[in-house]
Every structure is written in structure tokens, then in C-alpha cells.
Design a protein around this ligand. Structure first.
Ligand code: ZN
Length: 729
């Protein structure tokens, strides 16, 4: 998916299953060998999840900083209690007046009653739907699924391999050990180059760089090869400058997992420790100029990484690093006229480190990262260690059923075959039609919001409306399944002697070959990037397309029995949210055709930026707990979208007779009700989505309709004076 856009923009469930994986954020999964290298672990989910028990971490560091967070009173948030954090909600928690903290007043009993399901450490209204999706998918594999089609059979066969523990246990760590031995045998930097450019990508242990085809921001109808840094062991380059307590937990949990598997491969504990240290030392040097996770979420990120290089320029930039060799020979892509090099400084650093003197660090980097990435494909013991690592990182306890984890892995490997089975089993055409009509209704209402935007000149307003009119929609599932068929891919089932490791390699190769086929051809903008099994919704600026994915529009988020009040406050607000992304601090940089091109007048852009700065300042003024500011800079897009969603639905509500506003507001508050472990809370510090209570209280307090309905006045916690309000639209 496009690297440049926060495409999956609801992202309430960052990673229910993940943890130990060197996480591959959906928005940033720019590696070709994603199946074998990034599909690591069992986790099908991606965007780097939280860490383990943050308060208990301590001691040695990666880059010379401290980890421990002690003696923090997490109940000191302002203007509201951080009610997302589970330890802040106890049986003794007093219910606030709804005029002071609407979110908590509406949700206290619900939050008090939440028990985490085994293996999870975040739960609430949306998470309940997400977990149900995972279980529904598992049922496809454990029930009597009709597997007449080739693709359905593929999915069932792969599932049988994941669950074939006899065979997996018999093979043990051997397939990994064989790959590791190849790297161990590399005796010079030239031999390393031969390995990286000569070994088929799907057979490589790990990577030094990632590359993937994306829509060219300057011409979104064309694909372009985008080259960037690989994922880091600690997920975020900032961790190598100053290790956070969360980073410390990740470091310990992942190191322990790698060490155990390495010992199983015949290394001593001492050797394993040394290799992990070497890996981290290499990453510390490599990451010094890499863009951090928060940097990737800032509105200027697109400009920072949109660096076009000709083939010759890229050849010079790579120096002795065989980036082009990997793309051409190991993966099989033809040469192109242009490439995007996202982070030139990183490649310069890599080139200077790519020497014989650093060979052993580079090898240890590949071995450690490769071992971590493949932990989920090994035997049962490694699987259990991997889940243990996940629990440490997520702060969860207990086991997610292995059938759920295995089926999630299959969903990750064979997205479209599983998506089709899922949609045909659980979704209905009536819902698709109804939601499609609702989207049309909301888009029409949005036109009114743009028309009434008196801070804009008519020129920009006209262009904005043109862009709105051009938004396409993806609803629940794609109309034409034939584009997503996996013809030509074959996987033998366990009973036919298939092996998981071989199947993974075949899926990887197949994916790469499909991309090669489409490379240098015009992009099919009707083709969905994300399968309907993804629990999310999104707006893709490169296509000017909004998506309501099938798995999201279920249960308490959407069902056909809902009253208008509940429908508007849940899926309705989400639809308005996605439309708003076309006009937020990131989406506004793209025109109606999906190209990164200025379509605002200078004066309008200036006013728009001032509004965003005011929003950012307000979000920064919120403290999550004493000493911990909320990070407004990375949240402006999401909060703009949340506010736009609420505003749009309030406008629609005003046209309904006898609309029950109390039900609407309370139902909206309950949409985002969830609680999470401290680890998840720390994870959210670098996420562009504000925490649950802020997603409710901040949008609502902007509107007179809400304040007047409940008689909220100056002095109340929910009150915001008209001049302090921060709506963008
Ligand atoms: Zn969003």
C-alpha cells in the first residue's frame, strides 16, 4: 500500500495478535519478501504493538539511556483522567458528571466490567468485533467449509500445514538453521553482495533494505519502486537514541526469544548474546539518521521521503550496497527509469558501514533478525516461546487459541482467498447496499460542510467540492473477485506431504511474481489494496478512495437492526471520518486524481495550516498524566477526521424528526470505549490516533449542539469556549 498515506486510518486494534514480530506496519510494509521476512512470527497483524510491563523494566541500554519508569501517578491526566489505562479504572472509581468527562461518565460501568479474553490486553467495543472476526475466520478452517474452489483449497491446505505439529516438530529448527548456515559461511563483503543479489529473495534469511512498488505520489497512475530502510529490532529509530521503558521490554522479550531459538540451533547462550549485541550495535549505527515512528506520522513526512532518483543516481547513491542487484536479480524486477529513495541519509550510512570490517556485525544482524522473523514457522516449542514473547510485550497473559493464531497467519499469507471465503460466509449483499447508500448520503451532506467553509476562497472551495465528488468508495468487498484469484499457486496439504516452510516460500515467490507482472504498468485504481478481513476502514489519497472493509462493519459497529441514532454514531461517524481524511493535514496535499499537487491557493493553505497549528497546540495542552503531554503534532489528521465525522452526522441528524440526541452521544462514547494495559498505552504515545477518551471528548466539545443539549457551561470539564475551539471544517 502506499507508503505515503495513513491508509488504514481507524486502526483501533493496533495489534491484537502481534508483538514479537519485527513489526511490519501495513502502511509501511515496503519489503518484497514480506511473506518470509515480515510475516514473521505468528502475528498477522502489523503495526508495531506495545511493550511489556513498562514499570518493571530496568537496566542496560542500547544506546546509552535509561529505561525505568517508576513512581508515576497515572491518574493525574488533565483535563480528563486517562481512562484508557486499565489500572486507572477500579471498582472505587467515582463516576464523573457527564458535563466534566462525558466519555467516562457514559462508559464507567462498561469499563469496570471488562475482563480481558485470554491472550489479549486491550478490549472494548471495537476490539470485541475485531476478536470476533478472528474467531469467525478460525471457524472457516475448523468447520465444514466448502472448498470447491482452487483458492479456498489453497487456504485450507495452508492451514493444515500450520496445524501439522507432528511434521513441524519433526523438522524443528532445521530449515532456519540451513538458512543461517549460508549466512555464517559468508567470508567477505563481496560474498555478502553475491548473497544479497544472487539468492532468490524468498530464500534469503533477512534484508538490509526494503523495496516495494507503490503509487508514485507525483503521478498516482504509475507504480514506482520505493526503497527504504528495513524494520528495526526495536521498531523505532528513536529507541536507539534514547531507549524508552517500552523499548527496554521489547528488547528483553525479543532477545530472550532469539536466544532460545539460537541455542536450539546449536549456539551457546554466550554466542547468542554476542550476536544479539552485534545486531543492536549495527542497528544503532544504521539508525542514527533514520526517520522515527513519530516522524513517519507527521504531515511533512511525504515531502521528506518523496525523493525521485534516476537509475544512474540510485546507482551512485547505493555505493557498494547491492540494492539494485537485489531488486533485479534476487527479486526479478526489470530496471526502471525512476525510483524513490525514501531516506538518502540512511543509505549513505549503510554504504559507509558496508565494509569487510563490519562483516561480522552485518552477518549477525541478518541472523538475529532472520531468526526472530521466522520464529512462528518453527516447531511447537518455538511457537510457545513466541507467544510468551508476545505476552511479555503486550502485557497480556494466557493463550489465544492456536487455531485462531494459525488461521490469522493463513489470512496474512493468502489474504484474498481467505477474504473471499469470509465474505461469502458472513457478509450480505443487503448490508453492502445499505452501507453504500449511507455513504452516498454522508458524502452529500459533506458537500454542505465544504460549501459553508467560510475560511476558504471560492477557488479552493470549488476544488475541494470537485475532490469530494471524485471520491470513490469500496464497500465491504470488491465487486470483481477475479482480480484477486491466485491461479498458478499450489500448496500441498499436510496429508499430501506438504511442508509449511516450503509453502511459505512458494507464497512469497508467487506474490513477488504477481508484482513483477504489474510493475511498470498503469495502476489499476479499482483494485483493492486491503482485503475485507482487515479490521479497519481507510482513505487512500493516491486513489482518492474511501474503504469500509467488511470485517469492520459488523456487530456493535454496524448491524441492520440498529436505530438511526446508533447507526449514525458508529459506522456513520466512521464514514464521515474517512471522507474527512481527504481534507486533513495529509490528505489535503493530494488532488482529486490522487497526485501530490497543490490545489489550494496560497492564502487558503496558510489559513488551513494556522487552523492545524491551533488544533495541534490544543492537543499538546492535554496531559495524559503528569509530565506526559499528548502528542498533537502526529494527531491532527485523525482528530480532524473525528471532528468531521461527528459534524457531518450532527448535520444529518438535524434533518431527522424526533432524533434522540442523548442516545446518539452516548452511543458514540461507547463506540470508542476500551481499556488497555500500560504497555498498550505506551504504544499509543507514538500512534497518530488519540486514546479512546480523547477520541470522544475532544470532538464532542467542539459543537454547540452537544454543549447546549447537556447544558455544559464555562467551568465544566467538557466546556471549550468558542474562541478556543479547534475544528478544521
Ligand atoms: Zn483516520
Amino acid at each position: 500500500m502506499t507508503v505515503y498515506a495513513k491508509v488504514l486510518s481507524i486502526a483501533v486494534v493496533a495489534s491484537l495478535l502481534g508483538g514479537c514480530a519485527a513489526s511490519s506496519s501495513v502502511e509501511y510494509s515496503s519489503s518484497e519478501n514480506s511473506k518470509m521476512a515480515e510475516n514473521e512470527e505468528i502475528s498477522q497483524e502489523s503495526s508495531g504493538p506495545p511493550a511489556g510491563d513498562v514499570t518493571e523494566s530496568e537496566s542496560e541500554d542500547v544506546a546509552g539511556s535509561e529505561g525505568a519508569v517508576e513512581d508515576i501517578d497515572y491518574t493525574t491526566g488533565s483535563p480528563w483522567l486517562c481512562s484508557f489505562l486499565d489500572s486507572n479504572i477500579t471498582d472505587d472509581t467515582q463516576k464523573p458528571d457527564l458535563k466534566d468527562d462525558f466519555f467516562l461518565s457514559c462508559n464507567l460501568e462498561y469499563l469496570q466490567g471488562i475482563q480481558y479474553p485470554e491472550g489479549y490486553s486491550i478490549y472494548g467495543t471495537t476490539e470485541a468485533v475485531a476478536i470476533q472476526t478472528l474467531e469467525d475466520i478460525a471457524d472457516l478452517f475448523t468447520g465444514n467449509t466448502n472448498a470447491e474452489s482452487h483458492d479456498a483449497q489453497l487456504a485450507l491446505n495452508l492451514y493444515s500445514l500450520y496445524m501439522d505439529w507432528d511434521s513441524r516438530n519433526a523438522v524443528g529448527v532445521t530449515p532456519l538453521k540451513e538458512m543461517v548456515d549460508v549466512v555464517e559461511a559468508i567470508d567477505s563483503i563481496d560474498a555478502m553482495s553475491d548473497y544479497l543479489s544472487g539468492t532468490p529473495l524468498e530464500d534469503q534469511l533477512y534484508k538490509l533494505y526494503s523495496f516495494n512498488i507503490e503509487a508514485d505520489p507525483d503521478d498516482s497512475s504509475s507504480g514506482i519502486m520505493v526503497i527504504g530502510p528495513p524494520k528495526l529490532f526495536l521498531d523505532d529509530s528513536d529507541e536507539y537514541k534514547e531507549l524508552t521503558s517500552l523499548g527496554q521490554v521489547k528488547k528483553e522479550a525479543k532477545s530472550a526469544l532469539v536466544s532460545r531459538i539460537m541455542c536450539k540451533m546449536g549456539y551457546t547462550e554466550e554466542m547468542a548474546r554476542e550476536k544479539i549485541e552485534n545486531c543492536l550495535a549495527f542497528e544503532t549505527k544504521l539508525s542514527s539518521q533514520m526517520i522515527s515512528e513519530t516522524g513517519k506520522r507527521a504531515p511533512d513526512y511525504i515531502d521528506r521521503v518523496n525523493n525521485h532518483y534516476t537509475l544512474d543516481e540510485l546507482r551512485r547513491a547505493q555505493g557498494s550496497v547491492p540494492v539494485l542487484g537485489s531488486i533485479k536479480t534476487a527479486a526479478g524486477y526489470p530496471e526502471a527509469d525512476y525510483y524513490i529513495l525514501q531516506e538518502p541519509d540512511w543509505l549513505t550510512d549503510l554504504d559507509s558501514l558496508y565494509t569487510d570490517e563490519n562483516l561480522s556485525e552485518i552477518k549477525d544482524y541478518l541472523i538475529v533478525r532472520g531468526t526472530l522473523s521466522k520464529a512462528g514457522l518453527l516447531d511447537r516449542e518455538c511457537y510457545d516461546w513466541s507467544r510468551e514473547c508476545n505476552n511479555q510485550i503486550n502485557g497480556s497473559t494466557g493463550d489465544i487459541p492456536v487455531e485462531v493464531v494459525a488461521s490469522a497467519s493463513v489470512t496474512d499469507d493468502l489474504k484474498w482467498p481467505v477474504a473471499r471465503l469470509y465474505c461469502e460466509t458472513y457478509l450480505s449483499q443487503d448490508d453492502k447496499d445499505r452501507i453504500s447508500d449511507l455513504i452516498d448520503e454522508i458524502v452529500d451532506e459533506y458537500r454542505g460542510i465544504l460549501e459553508e467553509a467560510d475560511f476558504l476562497t471560492d477557488t479552493t472551495k470549488g476544488k475541494a467540492i470537485e475532490k469530494l465528488n471524485s471520491i470513490t468508495k469500496g464497500v465491504l468487498w470488491p465487486d470483481d473477485w477475479s482480480k484477486y484469484e491466485c491461479s498458478g499457486l499450489d500448496i500441498a496439504s499436510a496429508s499430501d506431504g506438504g511442508k509449511l516452510w516450503e509453502a511459505e516460500s512458494a507464497v512469497s515467490r508467487y506474490d513477488i511474481d504477481q508484482k513483477i507482472k504489474d510493475y511498470l504498468k498503469p495502476i489499476d485504481k479499482d483494485r483493492w489494496e486491503f482485503p475485507p478481513t482487515e479490521f479497519n476502514c481507510g482513505y487512500d489519497p493516491s486513489k482518492n478512495q474511501m474503504m469500509i472493509l467488511g470485517a469492520f462493519a459488523r456487530g456493535d459497529i454496524y448491524n441492520s437492526e440498529m436505530s438511526d441514532e446508533v447507526l449514525y454514531s458508529r459506522l456513520g461517524v466512521v464514514i464521515g471520518h474517512e471522507i474527512s481524511h481527504a481534507f486533513d493535514s495529509i490528505g489535503s496535499q493530494f488532488d482529486k486524481d490522487g497526485n501530490k499537487k497543490e490545489w489550494w491557493t496560497d492564502e487558503d493553505r496558510k489559513v488551513f495550516e494556522e487552523r492545524n497549528e491551533k488544533l495541534e497546540a490544543y492537543l499538546n495542552s492535554i496531559t495524559l498524566w503528569e509530565g506526559q503531554e499528548n502528542n498533537g503534532k502526529i494527531q491532527t489528521g485523525e482528530v480532524c477526521a473525528d471532528m468531521g465525522g461527528v459534524k457531518c452526522m450532527l448535520r444529518l441528524a438535524s434533518k431527522k424528526k424526533d432524533f434522540d440526541y442523548d442516545e446518539f452521544y452516548r452511543s458514540f462514547a461507547n463506540l470508542w470505549a476500551s481499556k488497555a494495559s500500560l504497555n498498550y498505552v505506551y504504544y499509543y504515545l507514538t500512534d497518530e490516533h488519540p486514546m479512546s477518551y480523547l477520541r470522544v471528548n475532544v470532538p464532542l466539545q467542539q459543537y454547540d449542539e452537544f454543549l447546549d443539549f447537556y447544558g455544559i457551561k464555562e467551568g465544566d470539564g467538557m466546556y471549550l469556549s468558542p474562541e478556543s475551539r479547534v475544528t478544521i471544517w
